[in-house]
Design a protein around this ligand. Structure first.
Ligand code: NAP
Length: 366
């Protein structure tokens, strides 16, 4: 039996994942809708290639001999559903690298169906949401009575083409979690000062998927996620909703899409090797005001994604790890310390009632 099939394997992230899987001794099947690109990649890496598109009437037949599917084809709002349906039929575990909160919400609602089929549905095993989800779980462990969670992200500004297209899809969308409900809010709804390690800096709310995943992982039902604002972008914040309105006009969207295709290429080898990111979190008990804060330092988000997806796929494929069936988040599947097992990840407990500051370094750095 073949073990892992990577769909969207010739995109920017899929290519990095397939290449690294091979260098770790793996033999995944590479797959996607463009037969020419699949064959070329399969030949280059010495792997089996499968070409099929998502409208294929017998989608599940491509997965019947596969233990787990890793979907790297985004935007996932278009690709996750047909591939998940095929996984249910083929009884194949499903993983992806989405960061789109509506996609996580759909998976959450299909938890019972995945359980019935006996498959694991594990979206978001990339930079979004592995470190933030693991940090949420860690903070919840520090302060189990917490009922509010804030997360913040800062880091590399270099995107791949697929991420830029996905961000364009989400532009104009704001969301927070309030008392168990997802609430739509204006883009950049709230600003807060966050210390990512170099002193307080402004960050604004962003539609990150932790509003769904951290609730599943921790049970905390009031969640906001912030992203740091680069100084140059600060004066533009009041224009965020106007630009979203503009982008909704078809010619402007088309122009932006063409610009992304022409100009955006993704981080190069040097950026992958040298850039870093920081995820910050605070869990708070609103009744007592007690709180716990921590930070996770990570490598470049795409470098972390490659490491995280392969570590996640390895665990799902290895029966010894007993990854449960149904909808899972990275931390519900593997625990709060999963991120610490990835290369170059460092966790810093900044403050918690009765605990002093300490730094834990990932095992991979020892
Ligand atoms: N969670 C994270 O931290 C994280 C990290 C990295 C990337 N991502 C996400 O992953 C996605 C891919 O990123 P990327 O950088 O690899 O983008 P990319 O270079 O544009 O590659 C996208 C891949 O998806 C395929 N694809 C897109 N729509 C498809 C569809 N409807 N049917 C079949 N295949 C389809 C493309 O095939 P064609 O070329 O044939 O269109 C291509 O192989 C993006 O949504 C990005 O936001 C998330």
């Amino acid at each position: 039996m073949n073990s892992l099939l990577i769909y969207g394997s010739y995109g920017y992230t899929g290519r990095l994942v397939a290449r690294e899987a091979v260098s770790r001794g793996g033999t995944p099947i590479v797959a996607g809708r463009d037969g020419r690109q699949v064959s070329q990649q399969a030949a280059e890496l010495g792997l089996e290639g499968r070409s099929f598109d998502l409208e294929s009437p017998a989608l599940a037949s491509h997965l019947e001999d596969v233990d787990a599917l890793l979907n790297c084809a985004g935007p996932f709002i278009e690709t996750a559903e047909p591939l998940f349906e095929a996984c249910l039929e083929a009884e194949t575990d499903y993983l992806d690298i989405t960061g789109e909160f509506p996609v996580f919400e759909r998976f959450r609602r299909r938890d019972d169906v995945a359980r019935e089929a006996g498959i694991t549905a594990l979206p978001g095993v990339g930079f979004e949401v592995v470190p933030s989800d693991c940090l949420a779980a860690f903070l919840h462990g520090q302060l189990p009575e917490a009922d509010e969670l804030a997360l913040g992200i800062t880091g590399s500004p270099t995107f791949s083409r697929g991420t830029a297209h996905t961000l364009l899809e989400l532009l104009g969308t704001g969301v927070v979690r309030r008392n168990g409900r997802l609430v739509e809010v204006p883009t950049t709804f709230r600003t807060r000062q966050i210390d990512f390690g170099d002193g307080a800096e402004p960050a604004v709310t962003a539609p990150w998927a932790d509003v769904v995943t951290a609730a599943h992982t921790t049970g905390i039902e009031t969640i906001e996620v912030y992203v740091a604002v680069p100084p140059v972008a600060k004066p533009l914040l009041p224009l965020a909703d106007v630009s979203a309105w503009l982008v909704d006009r078809t010619p402007v969207r088309r122009l932006l899409e063409q610009g992304i295709d022409a100009l955006v290429d993704g981080p190069d080898e040097h950026q992958l090797a040298t850039e870093t990111a920081v995820v910050w979190g605070e869990a708070r008990d609103s009744e007592t005001g007690r709180s716990a804060r921590a930070r996770l330092r990570t490598p470049n988000p795409y470098a972390l994604t490659v490491d995280a997806v392969l570590a996640a796929a390895e665990r799902v494929l290895d029966a010894a790890h007993h990854v449960p069936a149904g909808f899972q988040t990275p931390a519900s599947a593997f625990g709060a310390d999963f991120a610490l097992g990835l290369e170059g990840v460092e966790r810093e407990l900044v403050s918690t009632p009765g605990t002093s500051h300490r730094i834990e370094v990932s095992a991979a750095d020892d």
